[in-house]
Design a protein around this ligand. Structure first.
Ligand code: RIB
Length: 296
């Protein structure tokens, strides 16, 4: 299997458990405060490495203790980190996460993720273009995301865009992406409210995949048939990183040459398993664990 690249965020997640998500203006008691590796980019890289893929992470960290430990974590997980840049004087990205009632809320402070700029991409271009497929999210500057997608398109490298957190993307960029994986909210930001999810998917068959939380994932086949791949039932502990696991597993399955429905079934199972342990990366399964769960 060829190399998969991720150009994206690397965060330290400051995670706290509460009995529920606080209301506006409310103070709640939290417990179990943990500092653990996260960031949508790094999470997706780790999800793929755990599934046995050859993965390289492209991004930035600060010259602080969080930066050092996050790069070490990626290395320990088997992700190539040689192109990760350490930026002096800017703090490593941080996410403040509240986990409660089978859901979460996240506030991200970008820090060095905002240093993943076009100059950086030009510095790491040779390694990036060795990848067969590149995975991107929306936790680095938008102009960088667009630049990488253009670069991939020009050089015959496939690009998967997981457009979270939600923000608009130029139409010409959407056309150049190989796979697009928004949730329903992100899909509305990308395509507007005047079009149904079904019509969005029919416009981009086997390219647009819309995730629907506990219901599952939908796409439209080239034949025009819209399919829903149901989510796997899980004993949920923490949903943080489930979307990242889904994106990583989907990309690995595509690299293996799986048909889109099979790739989504594999990805759904991996995502479901990932929710059964605490932390964005804590529950990410191995390839054999996904296969075993699919056979059950
Ligand atoms: O998708 C989950 C991730 O979003 C967390 O790990 C957090 O860092 C935020 O980026």
């Amino acid at each position: 299997m060829g190399k998969i690249g991720v150009v994206g965020s690397i965060n330290m997640d400051m995670t706290v458990k509460a009995e529920r998500i606080p209301l506006k203006g409310e103070t709640l008691k939290g417990e179990d405060l943990k500092y653990i590796p996260g960031g949508k980019g790094a999470n997706q890289a780790v999800a793929m490495a755990k599934l046995g893929a050859k993965v390289e992470m492209f991004g930035c960290v600060g010259d602080d203790a969080a930066g050092v430990s996050l790069v070490k974590n990626l290395q320990d997980m088997g992700v190539e980190t040689k192109c990760i840049k350490t930026v002096a004087g800017v703090p490593t990205g941080l996410a403040m996460i509240t986990v409660g009632e089978n859901d979460n809320t996240i506030i991200v402070v970008a820090g060095t993720n905002d240093c993943v700029d076009i100059d950086y991409v030009n510095e790491i271009k040779d390694s990036l273009l060795e990848c067969e497929i590149v995975l991107l999210q929306h936790e680095i500057p938008q102009e960088t995301v667009e630049y990488v997608i253009e670069l991939c398109a020009k050089n015959g490298v496939k690009a998967v865009l997981n457009p979270g957190p939600a923000r608009p993307v130029k139409q010409e960029i959407l056309e150049k992406v190989t796979y697009l994986t928004p949730n329903e909210h992100e899909a509305v930001i990308l395509f507007g409210e005047g079009i149904s999810f079904e019509d969005m998917m029919k416009k981009y068959p086997e390219k647009l995949v819309i995730t629907q939380g506990s219901r599952g994932v939908s796409t439209c086949r080239k034949s025009g048939e819209v399919i829903l791949v149901p989510a796997r039932k899980a004993n949920v502990v923490d949903t943080t990183g489930a979307g990242d696991t889904l994106n990583g597993a989907f990309t690995v399955a595509l690299m293996e040459g799986k048909d889109i429905a099979d790739a989504l079934a594999f990805a759904n199972t991996a995502a479901g398993l990932s929710t059964e342990k605490f932390g964005a990366q804590g529950g990410m399964p191995t390839y054999d664990e996904v296969k075993e769960a699919m056979g059950r």
